[in-house]
Design a protein around this ligand. Structure first.
Ligand SMILES: Cc1cc2nc3c(=O)[nH]c(=O)nc-3n(C[C@H](O)[C@H](O)[C@H](O)COP(=O)(O)OP(=O)(O)OC[C@H]3O[C@@H](n4cnc5c(N)ncnc54)[C@H](O)[C@@H]3O)c2cc1C
Ligand code: SF4
Length: 301
């Protein structure tokens, strides 16, 4: 018989990027702005597209090396998925504000509300993330009165879901974030996943927490189509009809870099790897900054 003991695929927690509180990660990054910096006109200017953690971290490390940095952000606030994806109850977003103040003091220019798609002067790095909710590609999915993508749902400031039945389709950390947002707002939240418990890629700690908050899990449920306010699943060769008020599709995030046509652009963060973690993209930013500084190093007065 299969064991009921479920382990996290990433275990052990020590060393797992999800085990470090995000507030600490961001405050550590902000402390990197406190070093004394001498900006150098001989070095090429740096344009960064996207003010998520990858773009901001890259901007900080390049400024430390004396480059003059401008970051373009299409939203009216910086932070990327930390701001618009990760729910408030899991992450104190005040630290993003602290980070922004430190970054500006360091001399980095941030231009918000600008969707930028071309090369800037000097070095241009695209750090636009993985911000497209993937679709199931099944019948009825375009019914926007009933079906919504996970990122679109999480970005909404207010949800009218108290007392409603919410079906979340997926088996990853974004699915459980959607479920916990709905459960904490008084909805009846159920995660429908097409495989077994042991295949779930939800952090085990989050799984335990979500169950305590009343989130239900229905396993081996493969979605086939949406009909009005119903989801038709297949389980063990049989059709199962689930009624719900809202269906959230949380099956992963895609990358849209097709808008970037010019050559000589460099790419960084989730727009290269798909959704990863904040620590991982900060690490990638440091590595890219070290490499570029090595290539472009010029002596400065
Ligand atoms: C729901 C959810 C929960 C998560 N929870 C965690 C967690 O607990 N811990 C963790 O470590 N990670 C978590 N992650 C993953 C983490 O948020 C990402 O790995 C990280 O934010 C990626 O950073 P990034 O800078 O590459 O991209 P993003 O954070 O996506 O930032 C990209 C930025 O680029 C901007 N942009 C896009 N196109 C343009 C354009 N043309 N012009 C200008 N700006 C543009 C976007 O508006 C955005 O601000 C989570 C992700 C999601 C979706
Ligand atoms: S339980 Fe969560 S924190 Fe621990 S290793 Fe798994 S994903 Fe990481």
């Amino acid at each position: 018989m299969k064991s009921d003991v479920v382990r996290c695929k990433r275990m052990p927690c020590s060393g797992c990027p999800l085990s470090t509180p995000l507030e600490k990660v961001i405050l550590d990054l902000a402390s990197e702005t406190k070093v004394s910096v001498k900006l150098c006109k001989e070095k090429p200017p740096v344009t960064i597209i996207g003010a998520g953690p990858a773009g901001i971290a890259f901007g900080i490390y390049m400024t430390q090396y004396g480059y003059r940095v401008t970051i373009y952000e299409r939203e009216n606030q910086i932070g990327g998925m930390m701001r618009y994806g990760i729910p408030d109850f899991r992450f104190n977003k005040d630290v993003i504000q602290e980070l922004e103040v430190s970054v500006k003091k360091m001399g980095i220019k941030i231009k918000k509300n600008i969707s930028y798609t071309k090369c800037g002067k000097g070095i241009t790095v695209v750090a636009t993330g993985a911000g497209v909710s993937k679709k199931l590609g099944i019948e009825g999915e375009d019914n926007s009165e009933f079906v919504i993508g996970a990122l679109e749902f999480l970005k909404q400031q207010e949800h009218d879901i108290c007392g409603k039945k919410v079906a979340i389709i997926g088996g990853g950390n974004v699915a459980v974030d959607c479920a916990m947002v709905t459960a904490t707002q008084g909805a009846d939240a159920t995660i429908y996943y097409r495989k077994n418990e042991s295949d779930l890629s939800i952090c085990l700690k989050e799984r335990v927490k979500s169950r305590k908050q009343g989130v239900h899990y229905e396993l081996c449920m493969s979605p086939k189509r949406f009909e009005d306010k119903k989801i038709i699943f297949e389980k063990d060769g049989e059709e199962i009809i689930v009624k719900a008020d809202i269906a959230i599709v949380a099956i992963g995030q895609g990358i849209d870099t097709n808008v970037f046509k010019e050559k000589d652009l460099l790419f960084l963060g989730d727009c290269v790897t798909g959704t990863s973690t904040v620590i991982d993209v900060i690490g990638a930013a440091r590595k890219l900054a070290n490499e570029l500084n090595h290539v472009n190093d010029v002596s400065c007065e």
